[in-house]
Design a protein around this ligand. Structure first.
Ligand SMILES: [Zn+2]
Length: 285
C-alpha cells in the first residue's frame, strides 16, 4: 500500500516551502509515496502547474490523486446545482489528466436526503452524463471515486456508495474509514469490524476492487449526527485506530493507497500509519 497526505499541513509551509510543486520531494524525504492534491475550494490549478506537479510526482515516485471541490452535490433537486457539480467534477478530471493522477475523490451527494433512493437515482444519472462527456473529451471518467461520507443523513453511507459503484460499470469507491466510523457512531473498533466492511465491498463489487483501493483515514470526532471534525493521532481518544485496519488489509491481500486526512497533521500521521502497516506486515511474516 502507498501512504501520503491529503493536502499540505502547516509545517510544510512553516519550513519555508511555498508551493505544492515542492510537495512530492518533501513527501519522499519523509518516506511517503502518495499525495492527494486538494481542490476542495475549487479547481484553480493551471495546465502547466498541473503538468509540473505530475512530473515532480513521477520523479519522486509519488502517486497522485485529487480531492474534488466540496461544492459538489449531484443529489440536488436543483438542476443548476447539479450542472455546476458536473462542471466541478469535469474540471477535476481534466486536472487529473494533466497531472497523471489516478483517482478523483468526490463527495457525490452532500445534502440531507428525505428520499435516499431518488437521491441515488439522480447521482447515477449525473455520473452517467459525466462518463459520456469525459469519453468525448478523451478523459477517463472512471477516475471518479465517490467517497463514503460522515453523516448518516447524507446519501454517502457505505451501502449508498457501493450501490453507485455497482450501477456504473467500472466505477470504484473511495472508502473513508473515518467518515464510516463517525456515521455509524464509532462502529470500527476491531479487525473483524474492518473485515466486515471489506467483505461487504467484495460481496457487492467483487474481489478485484481490493487490488487498488482508495482509502481515506484519520481519527475523527463525531456526535449523534455523525462527523464533527477530523482529529490527529496526537490527540488521544479519537478513533478509528489504524492497527486493526492494517491487519484486515494485510489479511485480505488488499493494495492501493491510504490518504491521511488528519487535521493539520496529515503527512506526519501518514508516516505513523505507514509505520504501523509495515510493522504489522513484518509481524505477519
Ligand atoms: Zn473527502
Amino acid at each position: 500500500m502507498r501512504f501520503g497526505p491529503g493536502g499540505n499541513q502547516p509545517s510544510f509551509y512553516n519550513q519555508g516551502r511555498k508551493s505544492s510543486m515542492e510537495m512530492p520531494a518533501w513527501l519522499r524525504s519523509m518516506g511517503l509515496d502518495a499525495y492527494e492534491y486538494e481542490c476542495v475550494r475549487g479547481v484553480k490549478i493551471s495546465q502547466s502547474m498541473a503538468e509540473t506537479l505530475g512530473a515532480a510526482a513521477r520523479n519522486n515516485d509519488i502517486s497522485l490523486s485529487i480531492h474534488a471541490p466540496y461544492y459538489i452535490n449531484l443529489a440536488s433537486e436543483d438542476e443548476a446545482t447539479r450542472t455546476r457539480s458536473r462542471e466541478h467534477i469535469f474540471k477535476s478530471l481534466r486536472a487529473a489528466h494533466w497531472m497523471g493522477a489516478r483517482a478523483v475523490a468526490i463527495h457525490a451527494g452532500t445534502s440531507t436526503v428525505r428520499d435516499r433512493a431518488a437521491a441515488l437515482d439522480r447521482i447515477v444519472r449525473e455520473l452517467d452524463l459525466i462518463m459520456e462527456e469525459a469519453a468525448r473529451d478523451g478523459l477517463d471518467g472512471l477516475l471518479v471515486r465517490p467517497e463514503t461520507l460522515g453523516k448518516p443523513s447524507q446519501p454517502g453511507m457505505l451501502e449508498d456508495i457501493l450501490q453507485l459503484c455497482r450501477r456504473i460499470k467500472g466505477l470504484q469507491p473511495t472508502i473513508d474509514f473515518g467518515h464510516l466510523h463517525a456515521a455509524t457512531q464509532g462502529s470500527l473498533l476491531t479487525k473483524e469490524d474492518f473485515q466486515r466492511v471489506l467483505d461487504r465491498i467484495v460481496a457487492v463489487l467483487g474481489p478485484g476492487v481490493l487490488r487498488d483501493m482508495h482509502i481515506h483515514f484519520s481519527p475523527i470526532e463525531y456526535t449523534g449526527a455523525g462527523e464533527k471534525r477530523h482529529r490527529t493521532t496526537a490527540e488521544p481518544g479519537f478513533g478509528p485506530a489504524f492497527q486493526p485496519l492494517a491487519e484486515a488489509l494485510l489479511e485480505a491481500g488488499a493494495g492501493g493507497t491510504v490518504v491521511c486526512e488528519s487535521f493539520d497533521n496529515q503527512a506526519d500521521d501518514a508516516v505513523v500509519f505507514r509505520e504501523i502497516y509495515r510493522r504489522t506486515a513484518k509481524a505477519a511474516g
